[in-house]
Design a protein around this ligand. Structure first.
Ligand SMILES: [Zn+2]
Length: 120
Protein backbone atom coordinates (compact mmCIF):
# COMPACT_ATOMS: atom_id res chain seq x y z
CA UNK A 1 0.00 0.00 0.00
CA UNK A 2 1.51 3.26 -1.08
CA UNK A 3 -0.60 5.65 0.99
CA UNK A 4 -2.33 5.74 4.32
CA UNK A 5 -5.99 4.98 3.81
CA UNK A 6 -7.34 8.40 4.74
CA UNK A 7 -4.62 10.50 3.06
CA UNK A 8 -6.31 10.31 -0.35
CA UNK A 9 -9.50 11.77 1.11
CA UNK A 10 -7.84 14.87 2.57
CA UNK A 11 -5.35 15.33 -0.26
CA UNK A 12 -8.24 15.08 -2.69
CA UNK A 13 -10.31 17.59 -0.72
CA UNK A 14 -7.39 20.03 -0.96
CA UNK A 15 -7.77 19.81 -4.75
CA UNK A 16 -11.59 20.03 -4.73
CA UNK A 17 -11.89 16.32 -5.42
CA UNK A 18 -13.99 13.84 -3.46
CA UNK A 19 -11.94 10.66 -3.20
CA UNK A 20 -12.51 7.15 -1.91
CA UNK A 21 -10.82 3.77 -2.05
CA UNK A 22 -11.71 1.23 -4.73
CA UNK A 23 -10.83 -2.43 -4.17
CA UNK A 24 -8.21 -3.63 -6.68
CA UNK A 25 -9.71 -7.13 -6.64
CA UNK A 26 -13.50 -6.68 -6.86
CA UNK A 27 -13.84 -2.92 -7.63
CA UNK A 28 -16.04 -2.25 -4.58
CA UNK A 29 -15.81 1.40 -3.55
CA UNK A 30 -15.50 1.97 0.19
CA UNK A 31 -15.80 4.94 2.51
CA UNK A 32 -14.89 5.69 5.26
CA UNK A 33 -11.32 4.53 4.67
CA UNK A 34 -10.41 1.01 5.78
CA UNK A 35 -7.43 -1.30 5.44
CA UNK A 36 -9.34 -4.13 3.79
CA UNK A 37 -12.26 -4.54 1.41
CA UNK A 38 -15.53 -5.18 3.32
CA UNK A 39 -16.79 -7.35 0.44
CA UNK A 40 -13.85 -9.60 -0.47
CA UNK A 41 -11.20 -8.83 2.15
CA UNK A 42 -8.50 -7.84 -0.36
CA UNK A 43 -5.96 -5.31 0.91
CA UNK A 44 -4.95 -3.72 -2.42
CA UNK A 45 -6.87 -0.64 -3.49
CA UNK A 46 -6.71 2.29 -5.87
CA UNK A 47 -7.80 5.90 -5.40
CA UNK A 48 -11.10 6.66 -7.10
CA UNK A 49 -12.61 10.10 -7.66
CA UNK A 50 -16.32 10.23 -6.86
CA UNK A 51 -18.92 12.28 -8.70
CA UNK A 52 -19.84 14.28 -5.61
CA UNK A 53 -23.52 13.88 -6.54
CA UNK A 54 -26.09 12.04 -4.52
CA UNK A 55 -29.16 12.32 -2.35
CA UNK A 56 -29.75 13.09 1.32
CA UNK A 57 -30.32 9.77 3.13
CA UNK A 58 -30.97 11.46 6.46
CA UNK A 59 -30.19 14.70 8.24
CA UNK A 60 -30.21 16.33 11.66
CA UNK A 61 -29.72 19.84 12.99
CA UNK A 62 -26.80 19.86 15.40
CA UNK A 63 -27.45 22.40 18.14
CA UNK A 64 -24.31 21.58 20.06
CA UNK A 65 -21.52 23.01 17.91
CA UNK A 66 -17.88 22.62 18.80
CA UNK A 67 -17.63 26.30 19.78
CA UNK A 68 -20.33 27.98 21.90
CA UNK A 69 -20.92 30.90 19.52
CA UNK A 70 -21.35 28.86 16.34
CA UNK A 71 -24.70 28.60 14.62
CA UNK A 72 -26.47 25.23 14.58
CA UNK A 73 -25.28 23.07 11.69
CA UNK A 74 -27.28 20.79 9.45
CA UNK A 75 -25.52 17.45 9.38
CA UNK A 76 -26.40 15.19 6.46
CA UNK A 77 -25.71 11.64 5.38
CA UNK A 78 -25.35 11.62 1.60
CA UNK A 79 -25.95 8.50 -0.46
CA UNK A 80 -23.56 9.08 -3.34
CA UNK A 81 -24.20 7.88 -6.88
CA UNK A 82 -21.37 5.37 -6.41
CA UNK A 83 -23.27 3.68 -3.57
CA UNK A 84 -21.21 4.86 -0.61
CA UNK A 85 -22.35 7.21 2.13
CA UNK A 86 -20.55 10.25 3.48
CA UNK A 87 -21.34 12.45 6.47
CA UNK A 88 -21.12 16.18 5.80
CA UNK A 89 -22.79 19.56 6.33
CA UNK A 90 -25.55 21.00 4.17
CA UNK A 91 -24.76 24.57 3.13
CA UNK A 92 -28.35 25.55 2.31
CA UNK A 93 -29.88 24.13 5.48
CA UNK A 94 -33.37 25.44 4.65
CA UNK A 95 -33.60 22.89 1.82
CA UNK A 96 -32.88 19.82 3.98
CA UNK A 97 -35.21 16.93 3.26
CA UNK A 98 -34.70 13.23 2.71
CA UNK A 99 -34.19 12.33 -0.92
CA UNK A 100 -33.13 15.83 -1.99
CA UNK A 101 -30.43 15.80 -4.66
CA UNK A 102 -27.15 17.38 -3.57
CA UNK A 103 -23.75 18.15 -5.05
CA UNK A 104 -20.42 18.56 -3.31
CA UNK A 105 -18.54 21.84 -2.96
CA UNK A 106 -15.36 22.52 -1.04
CA UNK A 107 -14.93 25.13 1.67
CA UNK A 108 -11.78 26.24 3.42
CA UNK A 109 -12.05 25.85 7.21
CA UNK A 110 -8.98 27.03 9.13
CA UNK A 111 -6.64 26.19 6.26
CA UNK A 112 -8.05 22.75 5.42
CA UNK A 113 -10.59 22.19 2.69
CA UNK A 114 -13.68 20.19 3.65
CA UNK A 115 -16.36 18.75 1.41
CA UNK A 116 -19.80 20.28 2.03
CA UNK A 117 -22.99 19.76 0.07
CA UNK A 118 -25.65 22.00 -1.45
CA UNK A 119 -28.98 20.95 -2.89
CA UNK A 120 -28.92 20.77 -6.68
ZN1 LIG B 1 -12.95 -6.30 -2.81
Amino acid sequence: MSQREDDIFWEGAGQDRLMAQQCAACATIRHPPAAGCPRCGALDWNPRQLSGRGTIATWVVSKHPTKPDLEPRTIIVVELEEGVRVVSNLVDAENARMGARVAVEFHDVDGQKFPFFRTA
